[in-house]
Ligand binder design. Structure first.
Ligand SMILES: [Zn+2]
Length: 478
């Protein structure tokens, strides 16, 4: 089955066709680095990690750029209010540069902790100011900009399809414009390409343009970085649904005006997750960080499992109960993965039995998982398939487990969903194996006392024994 995504640009599920065969250019709107990212922020990056993984599983060579917004993202998300970085700097008694450096490191460390595939390039907005100024110049030359007291703005009335992407009602926007809105703006939807440092002020981050100090607008940053590294038209652009009406609409307006071609062929947007059914907000203090999850005994993979249980376009919910059940699910899966150490590759259970319908898992399951994810990142469907298959494996006679098909399945799960089942399920030590054998002997001899004491000894090493009709299977203690 072909790879398909819900494309915000067309409002429907579209089959994915790349510009160049076998290659994908992908741009992800990255974090604004002024604070610790919370689980809601991380959700997006985990879903985009699955996107990268499924593109690779379909043999695409992926070139991915993700930006770091380290300047110009204003508190209001519109074009007034303070710069989040400068505000963060004052809160922490540091410079904006120090704040940006610190939280960029926190973010990149978090990406590693979560096992995310790193983008080919992580670009900082402050390192692309020249490109941003060039893009502003290009737009000026096209006559779509105007200058007012606080900066250079894009005149959205000069981009006829401005309302299309987000299905905006521009008249309603005009009618609802806030009283305190910038009165010099020609249209409420006009946005700043470049802001001037207010007279008499000195910002930590500012650059000279036309003899005045200033800084880039948030939207121009992404357009300039995507353009300079990935080209005028990219295959896929991703971000949160909150980016649709302003940030991405503005990126499209300025990029397509500057270049005269479509900016991105596919736009993918992730929904939000709530915490205990409530929006994540500072006042509720429910924006848990990765450290908060770890402090409560959960791993980054438990959190990944929780997110994969939901679909990226559905609103998710986070509670510690849901996280606990995700953790249990993962532990059960690990015990199935550990069976590969206990099945032997003999003719009996690989070649001959492969065609026998008693043999599990079927080789076809790996492909079915890929197809579920191919269908607009259908991770919940993929997880259901895995549950069904794993429960068959767990209930099968050991002799009916096809080790090579199991290995292939585990590799597919790890490469597409990033759950690290192989990495987290090492074989037991030789000492433990010896104890298991001794216990089996004791059972055969009906020496229950010895068998029980060896079982206790194993439990202390976090190994539990499950006795079946034919054999004893070891599992990691849950
Ligand atoms: Zn962006």
């Amino acid at each position: 089955m072909a790879l398909k995504f819900h494309n915000t640009l067309t409002g429907q599920i579209d089959e994915f066709v790349s510009i160049l065969p076998g290659k994908v250019s992908l741009y992800t709107c990255g974090p604004t680095v002024y604070n610790y990212p919370h689980i809601g922020n991380w959700a997006a990056y985990i879903y985009w990690d699955v996107l990268v993984r499924i593109l690779k599983a379909n043999n695409y060579d992926v070139t991915r750029v993700m930006n770091i917004t380290d300047v110009g993202h204003l508190v209001s998300d519109a074009d007034d209010g303070e710069d989040k970085l400068e505000k963060g700097a004052r809160r922490e008694g540091k410079t904006a540069w120090e704040v940006a450096k610190f939280y960029t490191e926190v973010f990149i460390d978090g990406m590693h902790r979560l096992g995310l595939i790193m983008p080919n390039e992580i670009t900082k907005a402050t390192e692309f100011v020249t490109e941003q100024i060039e893009l502003v110049r290009k737009l000026e030359a096209k006559g779509v900009t105007y200058q007012i007291d606080d900066g250079i703005y894009f005149d959205t009335s000069k981009f006829p399809s401005y309302a299309d992407f987000a299905h905006l009602d521009l008249d309603a926007l005009k009618a609802g414009a806030r009283v305190e809105a910038n009165l010099q703006k020609r249209n409420p939807s006009d946005f700043a390409l470049w802001k001037f440092t207010p007279a008499g002020e000195k910002r930590d981050m500012e650059w000279e343009m036309d003899g005045r100090m200033g800084f880039p607008g948030w939207h121009i940053e992404c357009s300039a970085m995507a353009l300079s590294i990935l080209g005028k038209t990219i295959d896929i652009h991703t971000g949160g649904i909150d980016h649709i009406p302003v940030h991405h609409t503005n990126e499209i307006a300025q990029s397509e005006t500057a270049n005269g071609v479509r900016f991105s062929n596919y736009w993918l947007h992730n929904n939000f997750i709530k915490v205990n059914g409530t929006k994540i907000s500072k006042s509720l203090d429910n924006g848990y960080t990765l450290d908060d999850l770890q402090a409560k005994g959960f791993s980054m993979l438990d959190f990944r499992m929780l997110l994969l249980q939901g679909h990226y376009r559905s609103e998710g919910n986070f509670t510690f109960d849901i996280l606990q059940s995700a953790k249990n699910r993962l532990k059960n899966w690990r015990n199935v993965a550990a069976l590969r150490h206990q099945v032997h590759d003999t003719l009996e259970n690989s070649n001959q039995k492969a065609s026998d319908d008693k043999s599990v898992p079927a080789y076809a399951v790996s492909q079915a998982i890929i197809e579920a994810i191919n269908d607009d990142l259908g991770t919940p469907q993929a997880l259901t398939l895995i549950d069904e298959t794993f429960s068959k494996i767990a209930n099968a006679k050991i002799a009916n487990i096809n080790r090579s098909a199991l290995l292939q399945l585990l590799e597919t799960i790890d490469s597409t969903l990033g759950l690290q089942l192989l990495e987290t399920t090492p074989d037991v030590s030789d000492d433990i194996k010896k104890t298991i054998l001794e216990r089996n002997q004791a059972r055969i001899q009906k020496d229950w006392k010895k068998s029980d004491s060896l079982r206790d000894q194993l439990a202390k090493q976090n190994i539990v024994i499950r006795d079946t009709d034919q054999t004893s299977i070891w599992e990691y203690k849950i």
